[in-house]
Design a protein around this ligand. Structure first.
Ligand code: ADP
Length: 949
């Protein structure tokens, strides 16, 4: 089929061949292209076209009119198309026309056909766009991208897909997603307006960007919901945020919320089951049921935590235990905590608004102003102190510290206040105390110091009170430079230095208090030195140093006094010594003649005198005895006074001793017409250790007194076992008389030295008044005490108790007695060494009386000689002799002879006791000689010698 049509409207079909007429032409109501339903403009680039007529499609080739040769359209090679159910051409055209998408055809870069969608989408009439260059509508940024597609005509597959921004009639760029297909000389574009979607994508992009930036503030994810596809689109960070399941649950909850939402509402707040999850949604496209929602979901937890943290910080500062005020750089108060309010006396609801409000409350407000300015400027500042008068009227001493903080361009000043009233008052008290102590150290006599010995061995004064200057004779100004110990040492007297150093070293070593007296140089003293007493207590410190706290005091006066006292003591001692020597000498001198008298009387009495002679001899005897007692008393007293009397511990038989004393006094008892009775109780026949001489003396004194002060009465002597243990024995002694008695007021006095009830030395009773005093002292020395019960005219009882050590061996005394009886001692030859002729005469007479023989030598030397040449049974050796005394002689004799030597001495026994023992005497007998005692002693020593032999 072939037909021709005009190239002008209404495009009349002016020719058709038979085939055309038959199949199409006859059926046409209007013989035009429009009548054929052909929009020829749509085919402008096409060589082929499809016609639809009476429900049938026909394909034609088309030749367009050309400027120079034709002015008609030629449709040729027409034939019916069997399309197998495809829509006929008309419907296709209709489809194109009514398509919502843009469809256009073009050549090179301009459009030859645009469908009607251009009006709703771009606001242009399709005709407006025809024959216009595409480039002028496309965003130049996009041109760059599509130019290569056009150049290559879509490449091998002749296709291209891209998104461009196409300016619409309003001048707004629309996003068009395009697909372009190229042919030899045409291109066909199918474009869709995706502005909404692109915008949304851009939004999403931006949102993502935003999310990235805000991510640090908290957890947040964005989503999109496409109602049409019922699909959620979450951003990438979703999985950091939710579990997969909870995401699903969230979607469910979002949908639930959106379902009931009014579509007009733009923003929808979303709340979820979880308290901290919040969200918001926005409807961004609502065409039909293809609504698109976007939204975000965030976790308020971190934000809330942050919020509560900053709240906490604020609360912490508000409730800080120290007063704190924070101001801004301009002085506006930012925060004033409760302690500050308390300090400044503000009510709970009162507040400072500016730092200026504080100013009038401070006493040093001038300084405060400049100080706070310094603080605001952030310069290096120290603490500020002032007195504060709080609004409640209280005055406090305060200390203010400031620090500056620049935060987000804002200047903050942080002020902390401290109430230092207590500290200030404490400091004041401390200062007072320290002043008091300083005063004290300065006022005490002498000087105080602190001396430190450090690890390197250096000794320095770390403190010297002012008084030290006076003690060491320094000037006050010299004291400050006086620190090295060597400076002090150089002032010490060289003789005192060793002792000073030794005592210091000892104190340091033993950590014991140091004390030392030493001399230091002094110009004011005549000797050039003054005496100092130093005392200190050392203390070792944790760091190994040693510290002495001590004082020095001037003791020159005391020393002087001591020296004088010492001299006085020495003088007194010397005087006492002279007295003692004098007494000793006198007693010796007196004893010798007394000895002679006593011995002579004894001799005379042995030679059967007449009654008259007898009376006279007895009187002499009594007087001499009395004199001897007195002399002995005086000597004993003097010895006790001088502390020279010691108590010896030698074995003796208690019973024997007491009996001996009684026996010795029996004559005296008879003489005084008294009954002297001895009462012994308990086992007293024992060997004890003690001073039998002193015990005899005590008993003698008491019994003699009893006999003296009793006339024709009774004197009862009692010795009683009081207690006995395995090694000790206690004995009670009592001397009871029926004499004149002692008035109670005199009972204590009579024990005093030289005290008597009546001064009777030369009268009726005789005596010195020393006996009881000596008795008491002797008993004290033996561990006993004298007691007295007495009534005037009734009698007196003197008593005492003594404890002795028991001697466990069998009583030797008894054995001696047995032997002495068994041995033949009837004829002995004795050597008598005695320089005094009278004494020798008396002693010789006594010896002859016993039936013994003797030989006399007049000094120790001769005695030694005699012993060397002759044999004697015993030597009676006087002590004081010319040439060689008894001690020397005995020592010499003992070197070669075992013959017993007895000392005969007028000297008090104790004085020479040690010497007697040391020289090897076997025993001694006191002068004046008691003949019986001497005989007994001679026999005893000979017997002992024989036993040893
Ligand atoms: P005297 O050497 O005078 O006896 P004493 O010290 O022994 O010194 O005694 C002091 C005095 O105590 C005596 O002079 C006497 O007055 C009194 N006196 C001592 N013993 C007795 C006694 N047994 N009865 C009465 N008076 C006593």
């Amino acid at each position: 089929m072939v037909f021709l049509a005009d190239d002008t409207f209404p495009y009349n079909i002016f020719y058709g061949n038979e085939a055309f007429e038959e199949q199409i032409g006859q059926g046409l109501n209007e013989r035009t292209l429009l009548g054929l339903g052909l929009d020829i403009n749509a085919y402008i680039f096409k060589e082929e076209l499809i016609l639809t007529h009476a429900g049938k499609d026909y394909g034609f080739r088309l030749e367009l009119p050309t400027d120079h040769s034709s002015n008609y359209y030629l449709f040729y090679k027409g034939k019916e198309l069997r399309m197998h159910g495809l829509p006929p051409k008309k419907e296709v055209q209709q489809f194109f026309k009514s398509s919502l998408d843009l469809i256009a055809v073009g050549q090179h870069d301009y459009l030859t056909y645009v469908n009607h969608a251009s009006l709703p989408i771009l606001g242009y009439d399709p005709a407006f766009l025809q024959n216009t260059s595409l480039c002028s509508f496309i965003h130049e940024d996009d041109l760059e991208r599509i130019r290569p597609i056009w150049k290559s005509k879509g490449g091998a597959d002749q296709l291209g897909f891209f998104r461009i921004r196409f300016i619409d009639k309003q001048g707004v760029y629309k996003f068009l997603d395009c697909s372009v297909q190229f042919t030899e000389d045409r291109f066909f574009i199918l474009a869709r307006d995706v502005s909404q979607k692109a915008k949304h994508e851009l939004n999403l992009e931006r949102r993502k960007e935003l999310m990235k930036n805000v991510g640090s503030l908290g957890k947040m994810v964005s989503w999109e919901y496409f109602e049409a596809s019922q699909e959620f689109l979450w951003d990438d960070s979703t999985f950091d945020f939710f579990e997969k399941e909870s995401q699903k649950e969230l979607e469910r909850q979002i949908l639930e919320k959106l379902k009931n939402k009014n579509r007009q509402e733009q923003d929808v707040d979303l709340e979820f089951g979880s308290e901290s999850l919040k969200g918001t949604a926005q409807l961004i496209s609502s065409a039909g049921n293809s609504a698109v929602w976007v939204g975000v979901v965030w976790d308020e937890g971190p934000r809330k935590a942050l919020e509560s943290k900053s709240l906490l910080h604020e609360r912490l500062i508000l409730n800080a235990p120290e007063p704190i005020i924070i101001s801004k750089g301009d002085g506006q108060i930012y925060l004033c905590n409760s302690e500050s309010k308390k300090l400044f006396g503000l009510g709970k609801n009162q507040n400072f608004s500016h730092l200026k409000d504080i100013e009038p409350l401070l006493t040093s407000n001038q300084e405060w102003r400049s100080w706070i300015q310094t603080a605001i400027n952030g310069e290096n500042i120290t603490h500020f102190s002032s007195e504060l008068l709080s609004q409640s009227g209280q005055t406090h001493a305060i200390e203010i510290a400031a620090s500056r903080l620049v935060e987000e361009g804002e200047n903050y000043v942080f002020l902390s206040f401290r109430n230092v009233s207590e500290k200030v008052s404490l400091e004041k008290t401390l200062e007072e105390n320290s002043n008091f102590l300083m005063n004290l150290t300065e006022q005490v006599p002498g000087g105080l110091y602190q001396l430190v010995l450090d690890g390197s061995g250096k000794m320095n004064f770390s403190f010297l009170s002012k008084g030290i200057a006076a003690v060491l004779g320094l000037k006050q100004e010299e004291l400050s430079g006086f620190s090295d110990i060597s400076m002090a040492i150089s002032r010490v007297h060289p003789l005192d230095l060793p002792q000073l150093i030794m005592s210091s070293v000892a104190s340091a070593k033993k950590l014991e208090p140091w004390q030392c007296q030493f001399r230091v140089k002094s110009s004011s003293e005549p000797s050039g030195y003054r005496w100092i007493l130093g005392a200190a207590r050392p203390q070792s410190l944790d760091n190994g140093d040693m510290v002495w706290y001590g004082y020095l005091t001037d003791i020159s006066q005391q020393k002087e006094f001591e020296t004088k006292l010492d001299e006085a003591r020495k003088t007194a001692e010397k005087a006492s010594q002279i007295k003692s020597d004098f007494l000793s000498m006198i007693s010796h001198e007196l004893r010798t003649p007394l000895n002679a008298i006593s011995g002579s009387v004894y001799s005379l009495l042995q030679e059967t005198p007449t009654d008259q002679q007898m009376g006279a001899l007895n009187t002499i005897n009594f007087a001499v005895d009395n004199l001897i007692i007195m002399i002995n008393d005086l000597l004993d007293f003097q010895k006790i006074e001088a502390g020279k009397l010691t108590i010896e511990k030698a074995p003796f038989n208690l019973k024997d001793l007491v009996e001996q004393v009684i026996k010795g006094l029996s004559f005296h008892a008879k003489d005084s017409k008294n009954n002297l009775n001895l009462h012994l109780f308990g086992g007293l026949d024992v060997q004890v250790k003690g001073d039998k001489t002193r015990l005899s003396q005590v008993l003698n004194n008491l019994i003699t007194n009893a006999l003296k002060f009793t006339k024709e009465g009774n004197v009862d002597v009692t010795a009683k076992l009081k207690a006995q243990s395995s090694d000790k024995i206690s004995i009670y002694f009592e001397v009871k008389d029926t004499g004149i008695g002692i008035a109670p007021e005199h009972q204590e006095r009579i024990f005093n030295d030289f005290d008597q009830v009546k001064p009777t030395f030369s009268a009726k009773y005789g005596g010195t008044g020393l006996g009881l005093s000596i008795t008491r002292k002797l008993l004290n020395l033996m561990g006993g005490a004298i007691g007295l019960e007495s009534a005037e005219g009734v009698g007196s009882t003197f008593y005492f108790e003594l404890t002795f050590d028991l001697v466990k061996t069998a009583t030797t005394n008894g054995t001696i007695k047995e032997f002495s009886h068994a041995m033949d001692l009837s004829s002995l030859h004795l050597l008598m060494a005695e320089d005094n002729d009278v004494n020798a005469l008396v002693l010789g007479k006594i010896i002859k009386k016993w039936g013994y023989t003797f030989e006399r030598v007049i000094n120790g030397q001769e005695a030694v000689e005699a012993m060397k040449t002759k044999t004697f049974d015993c030597v009676l050796m006087d002590i004081q002799m010319p040439v060689m005394d008894g001690f020397e002689a005995t020592k010499a004799i003992k070197k070669f002879s075992k013959t017993p030597v007895l000392a005969l001495t007028a000297a008090a026994k104790l004085e020479i006791m040690e010497q007697i023992e040391a020289c090897g005497f076997e025993g001694f007998v006191a002068k004046p000689i008691d003949a019986a005692e001497l005989l007994k002693k001679i026999r005893e020593v000979i017997h002992q010698k024989n036993q040893r032999a």
